[in-house]
Design a protein around this ligand. Structure first.
Ligand code: GAL
Length: 730
């Protein structure tokens, strides 16, 4: 073997001998400076992230099959601590959370698994995957050298490793898991944690390795990952990346296929030409493992979206769309890339690349050896001009920003910018089956005034009150106005400062305004003139969480809710600070206590019939209707374009938060945005960021499916419609 160091040759030999002395199917996975070594063989592996709670178990097999047909070898998933341990010591591995079933589905398809246990995951997932109860463990400080945190994190990690061992799911036991991840993206927060952060990193590596899984551990984006843990790259491009030791393979555990978005943001698309170019660049520099993040993004069902403000769809512009449909040309072009790469695999694994300049911005990377044959990658790094290059006396035309792959050093099998797959477009189409007549239920504000249990002087932090069992917390106070008060002829100005994320202001039970933060700036100020009357006035502020922070240092200490001050300006006696007067609190909504979203809700008598909702678009209203499952078999979605903001349930299961906030951005055209920034295109500007919401087929029964909507601001429920997602050639 040419070009590899003698240390790595020894390591590979050792593994091969070990493999032969054990049975082949019970072989440890090892690595050397070139790649992972499975069953004694070096491998170039393509992997894709599919997160099991972001789809339904009924979708898993189809998704995994499509991934395999797309040329992937590995499925990668995080483990989502907060859905598995909703309260300390109480575990849930049922339904969408059945991680063992998911891994077995991948195994049965003949693929490998990369299990990213974390348990900090980021992932645009609520609280970065941490259960909210963890924040309330006395003395806790997340992701640093802190005993209460380390205890809880180790316990959960061990629990997951143990579950996998019991089911024989590690490759060392004959199972599909070839790789595991501990922690995630520590590099960006490391400086803040200083020495304690370093101690934590060493501890994390030790406990992981000590769990004896028989497969390597990685840390994604942690430059100082202690041996033998492999540090890996994430980003839009990773060809600049090298692991921290020469005897570790070059792995890209998150190649971003698109991007997530927030309510009010545009949708981001990453052209497949740019993605394929970045992958080819990585492989030609010696990379041997690429995981597409995401390969199927899916849906943030329920209140699992993080943020704040991450939308319910986690489509990500991935090769398989949110609904499980193949996205062309992204899927097909990557499949072609994988086929071309597989033709080069022997050459890639048996030689180090020799770089030959072909021009100022053009290069050839040549992998040549007697044992592996020859493969070449010809690259044009110019962003806007075609070039004709000469390589070994032959001419090759390279489009801008592209790489041609020559598996035999002669014939071009693939060029990253020459897409041979046709474009398909998705659309939502109406269905024959409609929704039955609607009923409504007024949530109202009165409940708070009558029922409030907690009254204290001052403003309380939202999560301390809700423990994230609900998005909603009512803050209510009163203001007395004497008959002599004239406000100088104007309405007084109410000012409220909130730590996030959204708020609706009700004065004497009437909606008087709303205010929202953004993902960049979750804190916001409300200022609005309000109508007060002589006597006692109720000021009720409904503070709404829209997904908890999923990244940043010490995010456990970030506050949510009305932080204050709350002031009234324009009263005859000057500005009045309401922050320290008596406030009453109510956690959650009346409808939540009544379980209005459940099919067997006992309160069915209090719903009003359709005629009443046709007249007014009331805030704080629950709507319900029924529908029969459509006969067609395309995926389904609800068009919520006529509504404002709230949540939707089907047969008692939450399909997520909806919000028709209009997208701001720079739409039109796709642009190359600079070194190591991707080519990106934005869409939906001026339209709701998310108008359609996935209704999983498996949640439906043949007839009388219950659809419940809770609307915060006011919308037209009669115009909600069920649609099918279909694909057509562009
Ligand atoms: C990464 C992180 C992922 C996800 C991604 C953006 O840095 O590891 O979990 O948040 O960014 O989608």
């Amino acid at each position: 073997m040419e070009g590899a160091s003698s240390a790595s040759i020894r390591w590979a030999l050792l593994c091969t001998l070990l493999c032969l002395s054990l049975s082949l199917s019970h072989c440890n996975v090892t690595y050397d400076g070139r790649s992972l070594i499975i069953d004694g063989h070096r491998r170039i592996l393509f992997s894709g992230s599919i997160h099991y709670p972001r789809s339904t178990p009924q979708m898993w097999e189809g998704l995994v099959r499509k991934a395999k047909d797309g040329g992937l070898d590995v499925i990668d998933t995080y483990v989502f601590w907060n859905v598995h341990e909703p309260s300390p010591g109480n575990y849930n591995f049922e339904g969408r959370y059945d991680v063992v079933r998911f891994i077995k589905t991948v195994r049965d398809a003949g693929m490998y698994v990369h299990l990213r246990i974390g348990p900090y995951i980021c992932g645009e997932w609520n609280f970065g995957g941490f259960p909210v109860w963890l924040k309330f463990v006395p003395g806790i400080s997340f992701r640093t050298d802190n005993e209460p945190f380390k205890l809880a994190m180790k316990k959960f990690t061990q629990k997951i490793v143990q579950m996998m061992k019991v089911e024989h799911l590690f490759q060392s036991q004959g199972g599909p898991i070839i790789l595991s991840q501990i922690e995630n993206e520590y590099e960006p927060v490391k400086k803040i944690f200083g020495e304690a952060g370093k101690a934590y990193m060493n501890w994390v590596a030790n406990i992981a390795v000590g769990m004896g899984t028989g497969v390597p551990w990685v840390m994604c984006k942690e430059d100082d990952a202690p041996d033998p843990v492999i540090n890996t790259c994430n980003g839009f491009y990773c060809d600049y990346f090298s692991p921290n030791k020469p005897y570790k393979p070059t792995m890209w555990t998150e190649a971003w296929t698109g991007w997530f978005t927030d309510f009010g943001g545009p949708l981001y698309k990453r052209p497949v030409e740019d993605l394929a170019f970045s992958v080819a660049r990585f492989i030609q520099k010696g990379g041997s493992f690429v995981n597409y993040y995401m390969y199927h993004g899916g849906t943030n069902f329920g209140r699992t979206a993080g943020g704040p403000f991450i939308i319910t769809s986690y489509d990500y512009d991935a090769p398989i769309d949110e609904y499980g449909l193949i996205r062309q040309p992204k899927y097909g072009h990557l499949k072609d890339l994988h086929s071309a790469m597989k033709l080069c695999e022997r050459a890639l694994l048996n030689a180090n690349p020799v770089v030959e300049p072909l021009g100022n911005y053009e290069q050839a990377h040549v992998f040549s050896s007697t044992s592996g044959g020859c493969a070449a990658f010809l690259s044009n790094y110019r962003t806007n001009s075609n070039v004709r290059v000469t390589f070994r006396n032959r001419h090759y035309d390279l489009p801008p920003w592209s790489i041609s792959i020559l598996p035999d050093c002669v014939n071009e099998a693939f060029n990253t910018a020459k897409v041979r797959v046709g474009t398909m477009e998705f659309q939502f189409l109406p269905l024959k089956t409609g929704l039955k007549p609607w009923e409504s239920f007024n949530e109202g504000v009165s409940f708070v005034e009558e029922d409030s249990k907690i009254s204290v002087a001052g403003l309380l932090e939202q999560l301390n009150m809700t423990r994230d069992a609900t998005d909603y917390l009512w803050y209510t106070t009163s203001v007395d106005i004497s008959p002599s008060e004239s406000f100088g002829g104007r309405s007084p100005l109410l000012r409220v400062q909130s730590a996030g994320h959204a708020m609706h202001v009700f004065i004497n039970g009437q909606l008087s305004g709303s205010a929202f933060g953004t993902r960049e700036k979750r804190r916001f100020n409300f200022a609005g003139n309000i109508n007060l009357r002589v006597g006692t006035n109720r000021i009720s502020l409904l503070s709404v969480a829209v997904g908890l922070q999923n990244q940043g240092s010490h995010f456990e200490s970030w506050s949510t809710g009305i932080a204050g001050p709350v002031t009234l300006e324009g009263l005859d006696r000057g500005t009045r600070d309401l922050s320290w007067q008596k406030w009453s609190y109510k956690v959650g909504l009346k409808g939540e206590y009544m379980n209005l979203h459940l099919p067997d809700s006992s309160q069915s008598g209090s719903w009003m019939h359709e005629s009443s909702i046709m007249q007014k678009q009331q805030p704080l209203t629950w709507y319900k209707t029924y529908f029969d499952a459509p006969e067609e078999d395309e995926p389904l979605a609800l068009d919520m374009g006529s509504m404002g903001k709230g949540q939707v349930w089907i047969n008692g299961q939450s399909i997520g938060r909806y919000w028709t906030a209009l997208a701001k951005g720079e739409c039109g055209g796709c642009s190359y945005s600079g070194t190591y920034r991707p080519v990106r295109c934005q869409s939906r500007c001026g339209h709701p960021t998310q108008q359609w919401y996935h209704v999983p087929r498996s949640w439906l029964k043949p007839t009388d499916n219950l659809l419940v909507v809770f609307e915060e601001i006011g919308g037209d429920a009669l115009r909600i419609s069920l649609m099918k997602r279909s694909v057509s050639a562009a």
